[in-house]
Design a binder for this molecule. Structure first.
Ligand code: FMN
Length: 172
């Protein structure tokens, strides 16, 4: 059994969550953490669990213009300077992988729409099996930091998702 976590992050918060999710998964099975611009096409992946996470931008997955907006607001130059999760998913064929998604989201105001749910819908249409409903982790403002306890919650969520993948595999 093994897992891959693919993430996108402009200010570093989703990256911190992705690292914690990978740590949590790592307590159950081997895991690889990959920034989306270094990720192989989804259709070429052979993994028992794929976890995909990105920041919520404009009620869903980021686009080139929202990433440019983030950069104007001070996002790291090196961060996801190319494509985002949306473009990565658009560029690939379908694949029957077992997946879970997460996002980062501001708490106040509580805006509708979540990158995790948008990614989940796309992955479902691409033939993936959704292991558990997409999970949001909360940032304080556009650039963060994460609210207290959120990184720990991400680690625990990673472990739960990995256990879920394991038990699903065992019952097949
Ligand atoms: C252009 C732009 C649009 C955003 N739109 C939303 C939104 O619709 N809902 C929301 O909860 N957060 C929104 N945010 C805040 C992001 O969710 C936040 O910047 C992100 O979670 C931080 O993650 P990162 O550090 O990995 O980039 C937006 C941020 C930017 C830059």
């Amino acid at each position: 059994m093994g897992a891959i976590v693919v993430y996108e992050s402009m200010f570093g918060n989703t990256e911190a969550v992705a690292r914690a999710v990978a740590e949590g998964i790592g307590s159950v099975m081997p895991v690889e953490l990959v920034e989306v611009n270094s990720a192989p096409p989804l259709a070429s992946m052979s993994t028992d669990l794929l976890v995909v996470g990105g920041p919520t931008h404009a009620f869903g997955l980021s686009r080139a213009n929202t990433r440019a907006d983030a950069k104007q607001r001070g996002a790291r130059d090196e961060a996801s300077s190319g494509l985002g999760i949306r473009e990565w998913l658009e560029a690939t064929e379908s694949a029957p992988l077992r997946v879970a998604t997460f996002d980062t989201h501001v708490k106040k105001p509580n805006l509708p729409g979540r990158a995790s749910h948008a990614a989940e819908r796309r992955l479902h249409r691409m033939g993936c099996e959704i292991l558990t409903r997409g999970m949001s982790f909360y940032v304080d403002g556009y650039d963060g930091p994460m609210y207290a306890g959120e990184v720990d919650r991400a680690r625990k969520w990673g472990t739960e998702v990995a256990r879920c993948a394991l038990s699903g595999a065992a019952s097949r």
